[in-house]
Design a protein around this ligand. Structure first.
Ligand code: SF4
Ligand code: SF4
Ligand code: SF4
Length: 152
């Protein structure tokens, strides 16, 4: 799930007042798109006249914040692209059962996908830890031999 910082920026007050501690509204929008900050950290957005925009931003970032709640982190610098995470994740297995050649999934409905020799999280909202199920799955972490996957 990817958010466009420009779309978020267009909903911000655009005063560059720095009350959020970002250098500019665009910098804050970029952080919002990465899920590093909450829209409530922009004080002017909480003022009268911005309710509609605030609600829209909250709506846009909600899936991202829920994904962050899964606690699944992938450090691409430690990944060797072995594909273990793809083949052991129960969501990935159900979405794309392994082929007879044992090929790692290359679909679009999986949590992980190996691209150019590196695993990437492409659908964290499909993880079993994602709300509302919040199952205590840690299979990918257990089978990653380089500790690239960490669940906190
Ligand atoms: S507090 Fe809001 S208006 Fe001020 S710089 Fe940050 S994002 Fe922009
Ligand atoms: S925690 Fe479980 S469901 Fe979530 S990505 Fe890892 S293996 Fe898949
Ligand atoms: S199991 Fe770990 S090292 Fe292997 S592809 Fe997945 S993240 Fe990378």
């Amino acid at each position: 799930m990817k958010l466009n910082p420009m779309e978020l920026y267009n909903l911000l007050p655009k005063t560059n007042c720095r009350l959020c501690e970002a250098k500019t509204c665009m910098a804050f929008a970029t952080k919002l798109a990465l899920g590093d900050v909450s829209p409530d950290e922009c004080p002017p957005l909480l003022e009268e006249g911005f309710q509609e925009k605030l609600e829209k931003i909250r709506e846009m970032v909600a899936p991202l914040q829920s994904a962050a709640e899964t606690g699944v982190k992938l450090d691409e610098s430690k990944c060797t692209g072995c594909g273990n995470c793809v083949v052991v994740c129960p969501v990935d297995v159900a979405a794309e059962p392994p082929t007879s050649e044992g090929k790692a999934a290359m679909g679009t409905a999986t949590v992980f996908r190996v691209e150019n020799g590196i695993s990437k999280i492409i659908n964290l909202e499909k993880c079993r830890r994602f709300p509302p199920d919040r199952l205590n799955c840690r299979v990918c972490e257990q089978y990653c031999c380089t500790d690239a996957i960490e669940i906190w």
